[in-house]
Write a protein that binds this ligand. Structure first.
Ligand SMILES: Nc1ncnc2c1ncn2[C@@H]1O[C@H](COP(=O)(O)OP(=O)(O)OP(=O)(O)O)[C@@H](O)[C@H]1O
Length: 588
């Protein structure tokens, strides 16, 4: 699988995402900063008050001064506590809000992706990026926003206050702070690439797990459970290994910081003790200085523990940014043309097509016309390009040569909504959503009445089995429709396309799981229900399309015959071979 495009590099991606997703919260962030500044001022004021209380109250025995200053200190502590509650509330709101917006933006982008972009990232990776990576970024914001601002304010303020208390002792900070900065910076440089690898391995686990859960029946049938377990254990062990290495480094950060902090305190007490005994510094100033130095170090520790989350957030931001920066190859034109009339007419003019990255062309010089009110059958051996042809009508991919016109206008010049709105598609694999029979049928027509829903079920030959299901229209359907049979799934998919009246119906080999009698009844009912529309039926069985108004025969991506069943039986060798092989099968 080719690598997804690389978006912004390193912290650049995180900065870009934060700029975009924090912008709506600029006002709240400004208010938070003001509250944090007030909180920091309170925290910085307390040691100074304490110094005053010691120097002017305790040392000189002024009890009144002690009470007054003590009361003021209590009020400051309460104020700081209240501010802290407010800022925690604010940062949670900002972090969660930005995360929600990020997830929504990712979801919108992925919805706009064509099969090519989805294939480039891979479904498991897109899921991890939307859930796990956004969560890493949100967790970082939640933990980092207030503490980081607070740490900057407190460190700067405490340094200023410490210098005010004792300029001589402040020289200690000149040594301690750069040592801390160097240690922290070095560790972060090592952690970012490790965090990136960690997220990739989470992707890998997701990939293996998803494949194993969806393919569990095949795994059991081929007795591969043991091998698959080993594959999962390997992916899990790889993640454990990188996680252990990463967290060992995380574990080293705190002791290093604590050693620097404790050595600094010892230094302050050692040198400060000398200054006090020489009488050049009052005892109150020494205790205040000690508190300021501890404040600098405590907030440096807080900053470090928060910054330690950054590498994972940076790695996750790169992965989220890659998705957001990937433009879908299939996009609406700036000057979209709306066809004068929605007739459902389709025309292929010398269409060539090859899948992105594919070596061989899948369709070559395909030309035909589909008219409203007529049914066209498409037959051809497996892999001859039938599904691809329908995908081009829906503009799931762009042609590499020629043009596809719907309602007389090139599909590339129409908006996707206008193009796909009047098309009723029944895909080859009848996918159903988790919910009920009714919620699946109302997927394209939310306002459809029960009567319309039952009518579509009747046409799709699904009325009897739905009526027999407990709950009828409200009968539960599991995700993917796994609680009903393949044939029932196909019929519900057909009914879903019929609930909303369309001008163009595309049935992609969706009759294959039906028995011959149901297939015949369904086609007869369809003829009545879709009388004025353009109908395309891709089929493996000739009996499904032999009564169509026209049949297109594909062979290795080329049209080798167009006409009625009788005409093709007479003129088209490939068609004769297909018919002969199927009659042979039936005879056998
Ligand atoms: N997403 C894809 N990327 C690359 N190649 C593809 C992709 N989808 C299909 N192909 C290739 O294009 C060719 C035509 O595939 P298509 O699904 O259109 O055939 P089909 O006639 O519908 O086959 P079937 O009857 O088996 O459903 C095949 O060779 C297939 O391998």
């Amino acid at each position: 699988m080719p690598e997804p495009p690389v978006g912004g590099a390193g912290g650049g991606a995180l900065t870009r995402l934060l700029r975009v997703f924090l912008r709506p919260y600029a006002g709240l962030l400004a208010a938070m900063t003001a509250l944090l500044a007030a909180q920091a001022a309170g925290n910085l004021y307390l040691p100074a008050l304490n110094a005053d209380l010691t120097n002017k109250g305790v040392v000189s025995g002024d009890t009144g001064y002690v009470w007054r200053t003590g009361g003021l200190m209590l009020a400051v502590v309460l104020g700081v506590g209240l501010l802290s509650v407010a800022t925690t509330w604010g940062t949670s709101r900002v972090a969660m809000g930005a995360g929600t917006r990020m997830r929504a933006a990712l979801f919108r982008r992925v919805q706009a992706f064509s099969t090519a972009e989805v294939g480039r990232f891979g479904i498991p990776s897109l899921i991890t990026r939307n859930i796990n990576d956004v969560q890493q970024i949100t967790a970082f914001l939640q933990a980092a926003l207030a503490p980081l601002v607070m740490a900057v304010l407190m460190c700067a303020g405490a340094v200023v206050m410490a210098v005010r208390e004792s300029a001589a002792l402040s020289l200690l900070l000149v040594v301690a702070v750069p040592v801390l900065a160097l240690v922290i910076g070095g560790l972060l440089l090592v952690l970012v690439p490790m965090a990136r690898t960690m997220q990739d391995r989470v992707d890998r686990i997701n990939h293996v797990l998803r494949e194993q859960i969806t393919g569990v029946r095949v795994t059991r049938a081929f007795l591969r459970t043991g091998t698959e377990q080993q594959r999962f254990h390997r992916a899990s062990a790889d993640l454990t290994a990188i996680s252990l290495r990463t967290f060992r480094i995380y574990a080293a950060i705190m002791p290093v910081v604590m050693v620097v902090a404790n050595l600094s305190s010892v230094g302050v007490i050692w040198f400060g003790g000398h200054l006090v005994s020489r009488g050049s510094t009052p005892i109150g100033n020494l205790t205040a200085f000690l508190v300021y130095v501890l404040q600098v170090l405590v907030y440096a520790v807080i900053a470090v523990s928060v910054i330690a989350l950054a590498p994972r957030a940076v790695a996750s931001a790169e992965r989220v940014d890659q998705v957001l920066r990937t433009d879908p190859v299939i996009a609406d034109p700036a000057d979209a043309v709306t066809p004068a009339e929605a007739t459902g007419a389709v025309e292929f003019r010398h269409v060539d097509f090859g899948y992105p990255g594919g070596e061989r062309p899948v369709l070559t010089d395909v030309t035909f016309t589909l008219r409203p009110g007529r049914t066209t059958g498409i037959v051809g051996s497996t892999g001859s390009g039938k599904t691809t042809l329908l995908q081009l009508i829906l503009r799931a991919f762009d042609v590499t040569g020629g043009e596809v016109l719907v309602d007389g206008v090139d599909v590339r010049r129409q908006s996707a909504d206008r193009l796909r709105g009047p098309i009723g598609l029944v895909p080859q694999a009848g996918f159903l959503f988790g919910g009920t029979v009714a919620s699946n049928l109302r997927f394209a027509a939310p306002d459809a009445t029960d009567e319309q829903v039952w009518r579509a079920l009747t046409t799709a030959q699904a009325r009897d089995f739905v009526a027999a299901m407990p709950g009828g229209l409200d009968a539960p359907i599991d995700q993917g429709g796994t609680n009903i049979s393949g044939g029932q799934r196909q019929r519900l998919s057909i009914a879903r396309a019929l609930v909303r009246p369309s001008r163009l119906y595309l049935f992609d080999d969706c009759f294959s799981a039906l028995d011959v009698a149901t297939d015949a009844r369904l086609r007869a009912a369809l003829r009545d229900a879709t009388r004025e529309a353009t109908v395309v039926i891709v089929a493996q069985r000739v009996s499904t399309i032999m009564h169509a108004d026209q049949i297109i025969v594909l062979d290795a991506g080329r049209v080798v015959g167009v006409g009625t069943h009788e005409h093709l039986l007479d003129q088209c060798v490939t068609y004769q071979e297909i018919v002969a092989s199927q009659l042979g099968e039936e005879a056998a």
